[in-house]
Write a protein that binds this ligand. Structure first.
Ligand code: GDP
Ligand code: GDP
Length: 456
């Protein structure tokens, strides 16, 4: 029961904000310099700086949240691919491929001042094959006189070109209206085949050479020939159903893992796009770490991506067969130092080579998914919060003592809590609450979102 005089509307508002599941995903694709990043900035209201000065700069984040006409969705910026890094055709092909895998709808940006180029035509072909809804953006239409140029883009066969000036904002409202029409209410992956009730979706991720492909071959019990293909030239199945521990699992983007494209430059960016795409589709992430090497910034970044995507998390320490006493000692220290923020993750120590502890992978994944889906009844949560407030009150600040009034779990997958408090709760106190929530209710292997509403 809510506290006396508690505003239920406020609670419902907070629940709405916390969301009720995955958001639909919009990918923005197009040649370099057509204005993709400028458009993304516009759509997300410039909350994050995405336009980079230097070409080919690797960006950690490619997914942003946006809202239009009361609907929320995710925007994926595939900008930052520069012609001199990957080659223009490879880069746009990879973008389009990415769009196929991860997005529910695509905005295809063309520079109306330049008109449709051969590369644009090639992208159109790829997008057609993908069968996802496409909204055509004729960008750089800065004034009415330029609209005639936009009309030429009917020739692409993608329907109506929406004249836009991403730079000045002109026409972006109409474009977003068209986007909302194209986007499904809820992402496709939540329903139907492989959705709720279907096989659980696993993203096997990690930096190059940690052993993803070896592990995949081990669990799939087959040694496939690994061929080096140019991205986007084939339409092999991207995901694979694999039997493990008596159940069927859907491993996301096994094609990408097996393809092993190792481009010299831009490879990191390519890998990070694929990782983001796999995470977008997955429920649980298995992050592989190579224990024969020191835990790197890149390892940490991939774990952060999984956490930020809100996925259940298993960390598989691979190549355990290579450990000697000394390395093992340092490894544990590195884990304590570098991975302290994901102490809650499920951990397995495996060797894809010898098969060591492979049987522990499935229980770890199942435990993580269980935590991810745990729901605490409001009554139980509030009696727990009441005990905390009584035994460990928030420290007094400036003569005041902020108090938690009421809490509710707004969602699962991952668990999201909204706490209503009489004042600002310090970060340290929030962490304490999170820790106690974990001790009390489990949540092994899942990130927890905690948001606090201050009731004036
Ligand atoms: P991306 O490589 O596709 O992400 O392109 P950017 O967003 O980085 O934009 C490339 C260049 O085009 C930048 O100099 C932008 O300022 C410019 N630009 C983007 N949108 C517009 C527009 O609507 N009108 C004009 N005139 N220039 C634009
Ligand atoms: P990926 O790039 O993450 O797919 O990594 P691979 O599966 O291609 O593995 C990279 C290298 O690590 C290969 O030479 C593998 O044989 C080796 N490797 C993978 N797993 C293990 C392991 O458990 N132990 C040892 N010693 N080597 C491994």
């Amino acid at each position: 029961a809510a506290e006396e005089g508690f505003d239920l509307e406020e609670v419902e508002g907070a629940l709405g904000e916390a969301g009720h599941g995955p958001l639909p995903v919009l990918a923005v694709v197009g040649r370099p310099n057509v204005g993709k990043s400028t458009l993304v900035n516009r759509v997300i209201g410039r909350r994050e700086a995405v336009v980079e000065d230097r070409p080919g700069v690797t960006r950690d984040r490619v997914t942003y949240e946006a809202e239009w006409a009361g609907r929320r969705f995710k925007v994926v910026d595939t900008g930052g691919w520069e012609q001199d890094v990957l080659g223009i055709d490879a880069s746009v092909a990879a973008q389009a491929e990415y769009a196929v895998e991860a997005a529910d709808a695509v905005v295809f940006v063309v520079d109306a001042q330049v008109g449709a180029t051969d590369t644009d035509e090639a992208v159109v072909k790829l997008l057609r094959r993908a069968g996802k809804p496409v909204v055509l953006c004729a960008n750089k239409v800065d004034g009415p006189s330029a609209e005639a140029e936009a009309a030429y883009l009917w020739s692409l066969g993608l329907g109506e070109p929406h004249p836009v000036s991403a730079l000045h904002g002109r026409g972006t409202g109409d474009l977003l209206d068209a986007v909302l029409e194209a986007l499904p209410e809820a992402p496709e992956q939540s329903f139907g085949a492989g959705g709720l009730g279907g096989p659980r979706r696993v993203a096997l991720i990690g930096r190059p050479n940690v052993g993803k492909s070896s592990l995949l071959n081990k669990v799939a019990r087959e040694d496939r020939v690994v061929v080096n293909e140019v991205a986007g030239t084939t339409r092999d199945p991207v995901d694979e159903l694999i039997e493990l521990g008596g159940k069927t699992w859907k491993f996301i983007d096994t094609a990408g893992i097996r393809r092993r494209v190792h481009l010299q430059e831009g490879a990191d960016y390519y890998a990070s796009l694929r990782t983001a795409a796999a995470l977008e589709k997955a429920e649980v992430a298995v992050v592989l770490i190579d224990v024969s090497e020191e835990i790197s910034v890149q390892d940490q970044r991939i774990i952060t991506m999984a956490v930020e995507a809100g996925r259940a998390l298993v960390i598989a320490y691979n190549k355990w067969d290579t450990l000697d006493e000394e390395r093992r000692f340092y490894l544990e220290r590195e884990i304590e130092r570098d991975l302290v923020q994901v102490q809650w993750a499920q951990r397995v120590n495996v060797s894809a080579r010898t098969g060591r502890h492979m049987e522990k992978l499935v229980p770890a994944i199942e435990t993580a998914l269980e935590g991810w889906e745990t729901r605490v009844p409001t009554g139980r949560l509030n009696s727990f919060l009441g005990e905390i407030v009584a035994s460990h009150p928030h420290p007094v600040r400036g003569g005041k003592q902020p108090r938690i009034l009421f809490g509710t779990q707004a969602g699962t997958r991952p668990p999201r809590f909204v706490l209503f408090a009489s004042g600002f709760l310090e970060a340290g106190y929030r962490r304490f609450i999170e820790r106690r929530l974990r001790e009390e209710f489990g949540f092994a292997g899942t990130p927890i979102h905690l948001s606090v509403r201050v009731r004036e």
